[in-house]
Design a protein around this ligand. Structure first.
Ligand SMILES: [Zn+2]
Length: 308
């Protein structure tokens, strides 16, 4: 079979031999080579023509869809309104959650601590910030996950506060109307956090947060896992920024209130679609989610001893 080179980027390339064509595309460090039928090749060419995308993009997207690896897709379990209303019954397992993402945050059944997922490892942060890897069957009532791959990376030399870090990240965020995931690796001179503690039956979020565990650490190396959500998504996600932390050892973390530090490497991953998994638990189905929960959510997310 005759082959010819259509495109080659670098040594880190994916190559496909297609009918009479070979092409390469840059993805990670893996090389793929395969033959496809003339019909499939014609369909790829037609899709390239229709969308204006490269062959590499079309093939990558098709493979990701087939393998259910939907990059740039946010998977949201339950809604922030339900969380505010105290819908803490688990509706999905950590194992299921990992089918939709390798990066994210949330909480566990009964509001039992903070969830941080990083590189497909799911941590539960409990009282005092102690983190451990959770069992796959652990149930989750609320979570936001994605398959994280940076669209853009940038450095932030230092930040004197969480607000300062977010202001610097803001300069790179493309729009207020997109969901964006951020991974921030760095050295945290100081970091203040909380971990939700198991709620009493029937308790709502604001009351449950009243007995959260708050803690402060110094000289931590680790990662912030977080999202920006637009204001229009108020009753589904947490509008604005929401970050959880996990240290490099995976032993310490929490929901972030404040920090300062330096040498931050920021990865930004823009989401272009959102999948909302609606719980079918009796607790969710019978909850009254008609109220405007913005004020209560804002209070719960930012509640510390200082401002409570
Ligand atoms: Zn949180």
């Amino acid at each position: 079979m005759e082959t010819f080179l259509i495109a080659k980027t670098d040594s880190h390339a994916v190559g496909l031999t297609i009918g009479t064509g070979v092409f390469f595309m840059s993805i990670s460090t893996h090389q793929l080579e395969c033959r496809v039928s003339q019909t499939l090749w014609k369909a790829i060419e037609a899709e390239c023509k229709r969308t204006g995308d490269s062959v590499a993009h079309v093939v990558e997207r098709a493979l990701a869809n087939e393998l259910d690896l939907k990059h740039h897709s946010l998977f949201q379990v339950s809604t922030s309104s339900a969380l505010v209303e105290g819908v803490f019954d688990g509706c999905t397992s950590v194992r299921d959650l990992k089918r939709h993402g390798d990066f994210g945050l949330g909480t566990f059944e009964g509001l039992d601590g903070e969830m941080v997922m990083l590189e497909s490892v799911c941590y539960q942060v409990g009282s005092g910030g102690t983190a451990c890897v959770v069992a796959e069957e652990t149930l989750v009532p609320f979570a936001t996950v994605t398959r994280f791959c940076s669209d853009e990376t940038f450095q932030i030399e230092s930040a004197v506060s969480f607000k300062d870090l977010l202001a610097q990240i803001d300069q790179r965020r493309p729009s207020n109307n997109l969901f964006v995931a951020f991974r921030v690796d760095g050295h945290f001179r100081e970091i203040s956090m909380r971990a939700a503690c198991k709620a009493e039956p029937g308790e709502k979020l604001v009351d449950a947060i009243g007995h959260q565990s708050q803690f402060h650490a110094e000289r931590q190396k680790g990662t912030l896992v977080g999202f920006w959500a637009p204001t229009y998504a108020t009753s589904i996600g947490v509008p604005g920024y929401h970050f959880h932390f996990i240290n490099d050892a995976g032993t310490y973390g929490g929901h972030v209130f404040d920090l300062n530090g330096e040498n931050f490497q920021v990865g930004m991953h823009v989401e272009t679609d959102i999948h909302l998994a609606i719980p079918e638990t009796q607790q969710f189905l019978s909850a009254d989610l008609s109220a405007d929960h913005r004020a209560a959510l804002e209070r719960a997310e930012n509640a510390t001893d200082k401002n409570d």
